[in-house]
Design a protein around this ligand. Sequence first.
Ligand SMILES: *[C@@H]1O[C@H](CO)[C@@H](O)[C@H](O)[C@H]1NC(C)=O
Ligand SMILES: *[C@@H]1O[C@H](CO)[C@@H](O)[C@H](O)[C@H]1NC(C)=O
Length: 206
Amino acid sequence: MAEVASVHILSSTFIVFSLLFSSCFLASEAVSKAGDEETHDVFGRTLDPNQMGLKKEKLSHFRFFWHDIVSGKNPSSIEVIRSPIKNSSLLLGFGLVHMFDNRLTISGDINSKLVGRAQGFYAQADMDELALLVAQNFLFLEGKYNGSTITVLGRNQILNTVRELPIVGGSGAFRFARGYIQARTYSFDLNTLDATVEYNVYVLHY
Ligand SMILES: *[C@@H]1O[C@H](CO)[C@@H](O)[C@H](O)[C@H]1NC(C)=O
Ligand SMILES: *[C@@H]1O[C@H](CO)[C@@H](O)[C@H](O)[C@H]1NC(C)=O
């Protein structure tokens, strides 16, 4: 008899607890849902930038070196689409596509401090001259920029002294990013086609 009673007490305590917890859970879920949606049944609306913590837009400058390594045992840049054009007077045939995950370092030496990575592709997109379509994300690995990205999309005439590539956006520290990059070839090996390029990044962000 006593055993049955204690089982009863235990199970009712369990029911009370589970009711308490599940209602807490439901309440917190309701709060987070309300936080996500804020206003119901509204598709688009105007927000106050100050309330989103967006204070003053600032201009930042970054300088680093981009290493396009196509040769050796551990290339960071790989031909994923071969040009269908056999006899091209261009260094890279029209349509060629390279996918890369290139090191970004503080100096021209590839073994110097790693500050980020450039991930994307370039494609020979000009029928007459050497000009690449470049799409890449810079993933920063340094200090307060660690984990933030800058997205670059542009045309790169790689034989020119200075090339300019637009910054079209960013994430993390670079939300709302816009700006441009000046790229200058630092070294280019005609045999291996390995290239190191100096990047000067000018970016407006919050
Ligand atoms: C290859 O291109 C060069 C330069 O444009 C041209 O002189 C040559 O005839 C071409 N060869 C073939 C096989 O098409
Ligand atoms: C950057 O972030 C990663 C992952 O969040 C962490 O492992 C790494 O130590 C950080 N690096 C620096 C330099 O803060």
